[in-house]
Design a protein around this ligand. Structure first.
Ligand code: SF4
Length: 199
């Protein structure tokens, strides 16, 4: 026979589970209101953070140092891991796009990220004070980025991308059945992912 202590623990656990499910249902309704249906819930502890991602930003990216929301204007890799560990709920949002010209992707990602900011704000006002968005691409909110965090022209809206936060997006999204391949040409379909850290 279960002790009163273990019964209490089970009851508390069940309440927490029910409350989580209610929270998720409310959030899913909010996502739908904002037009998002292609998303999956993820435990932040399952977000894969890797040093190699930071190395790829630091060596090999032609834009290194030119975006105020990308390395080196972001936390260290271990601080990124710590940041994700402070959350227990997050959602991945999937976006797919083919562009005619390589430069078209910036205006597309700007539009998508501006809409995502509205969702982050709505989630925040639902009482989720920790809500924090990772853009689905580097921050292209401004035509001209000064490349320095303290000189950011839109600091209230700027957010890092998952890659800037050292997220191995390939390893993180694949277990959820999401597609992601290395692309050899700009004309190929892009699959992009934004992360919304919630609570
Ligand atoms: S908001 Fe503008 S200035 Fe700030 S990081 Fe984004 S593009 Fe750069």
């Amino acid at each position: 026979m279960a002790s009163s202590l273990s019964r209490q623990i089970w009851v508390d656990g069940q309440k927490a589970k029910d409350s989580n499910m209610n929270n998720q249902a409310d959030l899913e309704a909010l996502f739908a209101e904002h037009g998002y249906s292609d998303f999956k819930w993820i435990k932040p502890e399952d977000i894969v953070v890797s040093q190699w991602v930071r190395m790829k930003c630091t060596f090999g990216c032609g834009n290194y140092g030119s975006n105020a929301s990308c390395p080196p204007n972001v936390p260290s890799v271990s601080e990124c891991r710590q940041f994700f560990n402070e959350y227990r709920t997050a959602a991945i949002f999937h976006f797919e796009k083919k562009v005619d010209q390589p430069e078209d992707r910036h205006s597309w990602s700007r539009g998508v990220n501006e809409e995502l900011l509205k969702l982050e704000r709505a989630v925040f006002f639902k009482g989720y004070a920790k809500a924090f968005l990772l853009f689905m691409d580097s921050c292209y909110l401004c035509d001209d980025c000064p490349g320095l965090r303290k000189k950011c022209k839109n600091p209230r809206s700027a957010r890092p991308s998952p890659e800037s936060m050292a997220v191995d997006v390939f390893s993180t999204v694949r277990p959820y059945g999401y597609p992601l391949q290395v692309l050899s040409e700009y004309s190929q379909t892009m699959n992009r992912y934004a992360f919304l850290l919630i609570e």
